[in-house]
Design a protein around this ligand. Structure first.
Ligand SMILES: [Zn+2]
Length: 321
């Protein structure tokens, strides 16, 4: 009798333990999925997310000029503890982090320093050029890091505006399309670029859709056509320095069927009307002759620094902010 009783108690105890474990597991899973849809602001939740953050994953430079450059896709750090993204593209933009720091060096020779926000964490873990949901594919481990990246961009923009009254924002990427040139993304597709190039003056309907909309809004002397394909357009200045670019004076718009990146989440977010003192573009740099060796990265960076200087001089001479 007694033996049976002990046995039965043991069975009951193990069942309770088992049930408790199942409940605990279930709760972990539930709270896991709850985090995705309803972010909790509890202290413990925050520290759990911060546990998945390492200072080495994001590198920043505080600038002394109104230029902010982010490089979201050049990271190589790939911790095993973080699951790979299972949505969207995971392609890395090779050597764009190195290119960003070479640009910093080039400006250094002119006594200037741009603000930099460079991802060192791989795109397979988080995509800093997507909204939170696509960026993390629902992985709550990556929320804090994504938010930090964008907090650093916001802080850089705020600091530049406070000191200089405006900020030029560039989101730096790498592309591998057949035509080897810089693709400057002003948030316009090829047909709109063509229409603007063939227009005689300012097309306000097109202007309000671009990443230079705030610039146009505040400076009636500036014309979109000049900004994209004129003598002082950024693409023209790069082209004159030996780095073909589209749009530019010589290559005003991609031809039909040519792949071309118009600009993504970051460009849209930071040049929108709720950042009224910001204008900019996405730059998709080709590999050969730009990113492929340190020698070429230095050449590109020097041309880039001179072109930004000339471009900002042109903008400021038409300034009415
Ligand atoms: Zn990219």
């Amino acid at each position: 009798m007694r033996k049976d009783f002990i046995f039965q108690t043991l069975v009951r105890k193990s069942m309770i333990l088992c049930l408790l474990s199942i409940t605990a597991l279930f709760q972990v899973q539930c709270s896991g999925s709850k985090n995705i849809t309803e972010p909790s602001h509890k202290e413990s939740e925050l520290s759990k997310r911060q546990a998945f953050f390492d200072d080495d994953w994001l590198e920043t430079v505080t600038g002394n000029m109104p230029l902010i450059i982010s490089a979201p896709h050049g990271g190589t750090i790939s911790p095993d503890a973080i699951g790979d993204r299972d949505c969207g593209t995971k392609v890395m933009d090779n050597n764009t982090a190195e290119l960003a720091f070479e640009i910093e060096n080039a400006f250094g020779q002119l006594g200037k320093k741009p603000y930099l926000i460079v991802a060192r964490l791989a795109r397979t873990k988080v995509d800093f050029n997507r909204d939170l949901e696509q960026a993390t594919c629902g992985n709550p481990q990556m929320e804090y890091t994504w938010k930090q990246y964008h907090k650093y961009i916001e802080e850089a923009i705020d600091a530049a505006i406070k000191e200089f009254g405006y900020a030029m924002y560039i989101d730096l990427h790498g592309q591998s399309h057949p035509v080897k040139r810089l693709e400057l993304g002003y948030l316009l597709r090829a047909p709109a670029l063509q229409k603007n190039y063939e227009s005689t003056g300012n097309d306000s309907e097109i202007g309000t859709r671009t990443s230079v909309q705030n610039l146009l809004e505040n400076n009636p002397k500036l014309i979109l056509k000049d900004l994209l394909t004129g003598e002082n357009a950024f693409g023209t200045l790069m082209e004159k320095s030996g780095f073909p670019a589209v749009p530019s004076l010589d290559d005003p718009h991609p031809k039909e069927g040519e792949p071309y990146f118009t600009g993504g989440y970051n460009t849209r977010r930071y040049t929108a009307s709720d950042h009224p003192k910001v204008f900019g573009m996405q730059i998709e740099a080709n590999f050969q002759g730009v990113r492929d060796s340190q020698e070429n990265r230095i050449k590109f960076a020097n041309a880039f620094a001179r072109s930004v200087n000339d471009y900002l001089t042109f903008i400021e001479s038409n300034w009415e902010y």
